[in-house]
Ligand binder design. Structure first.
Ligand code: G
Ligand code: G
Ligand code: MN
Ligand code: NA
Length: 256
């Protein structure tokens, strides 16, 4: 059982690290960016997935410090790749922002200060938010998103389709991209209903002028289907699992 104290110590002892999962263009197969994913390297248990500890971080409030660290670490890495010329200006790095982190008073100021301290190329940072961010206070959410948009940050709506009222937010929020949850992608090769849902989400998103990202693409059949539906980008084991920074650089610099 994971306890708050363990997480506190892990953070202080710097046992958290970031990994990167490439986002791929379904047509050109080029890397268009990556999602940053947090990992806990436990001295005895090995790598622990955030599914197991993000909820504890969230309820304990530790997510505020850890989330700010993730943002800074991601920006430092991004800037380093930009300085080395291996991150193109049309690529974006996506950071997950938890509801509590996003809604905290001072979040906007922290982000702006971070961008001043770590001057990445504008328009290369994206934030993935879930419906959980939105439902509490839509007006405040729009204000936060609009303010950060003027700083060159884009927003992706994560886990799209798993909530209950996502569609009503789409026309109100300044989001650039929709991420279709992997639970919808998994069975599209043999489940007609899932195919219809995914095709419909892609069509709707495209008509709204959004970029569409499919998550959890694991095979060529799934990729061929989403490509035919008009889905722009994908993530998933078919291209690459989340990998450490060094491995991600190898992917970025591989001769195509
Ligand atoms: O990498 P993995 O599939 O185990 O991630 C599990 C969940 O944890 C995903 O829903 C992902 O969005 C979330 N997650 C991963 N990294 C972060 C992070 O840095 N901050 C927040 N808030 N959530 C994260
Ligand atoms: O909730 P979010 O979408 O941010 O988190 C994505 C999670 O899904 C990560 O923990 C990542 O490790 C996992 N993941 C990434 N690609 C695949 C995939 O192709 N198949 C499966 N089953 N999981 C994946
Ligand atoms: Mn995500
Ligand atoms: Na997701």
């Amino acid at each position: 059982l994971l306890m708050e104290g363990d997480l506190h110590r892990a953070f202080e002892d710097r046992h958290f690290e970031l990994c990167y999962q490439p986002k791929i263009d379904t047509e050109s197969a080029k890397v268009v960016g990556a999602e940053v994913l947090l990992r806990w390297r436990h001295p005895e248990k090995g790598l622990i997935s955030p599914g197991e500890f993000i909820p504890v971080l969230e309820t304990s409030g530790l997510i505020l410090d850890v989330g700010q660290w993730v943002l800074e670490e991601a920006c430092r890495q991004l800037k380093s790749w930009q300085d080395q010329g291996i991150w193109q200006d049309d690529m974006r790095l996506s950071v997950n922002i938890s509801p509590r982190q996003f809604r905290r008073r001072g979040f906007v100021d922290d982000v702006i200060r971070t961008l001043q301290q770590i001057p990445i190329v504008p328009h290369t940072l994206d934030m993935e938010i879930t419906e959980g961010v939105v439902i509490q206070n839509v007006e405040e959410t729009i204000f936060t998103m609009t303010t950060l948009s003027t700083q060159g940050i884009s927003f992706s709506l994560d886990d799209f389709g798993t909530g209950y009222s996502s569609i009503s937010y789409l026309k109100r929020l300044p989001v650039a991209a929709l991420k279709i949850d992997q639970s919808f992608i998994r069975d599209i090769p043999h489940d007609r209903n899932d195919r219809v849902l995914v095709e419909t989400i892609v069509a709707m998103g495209r008509l709204l002028g959004l970029e569409i990202v499919a998550e959890g693409v694991e095979n060529e059949t799934q990729l061929a289907l989403i490509r035919d539906f008009g889905c722009h980008y994908y993530q998933g084991y078919y291209a690459s699992a989340p990998v450490d920074a060094a491995t991600f650089v190898q992917i970025l610099t591989a001769v195509e």
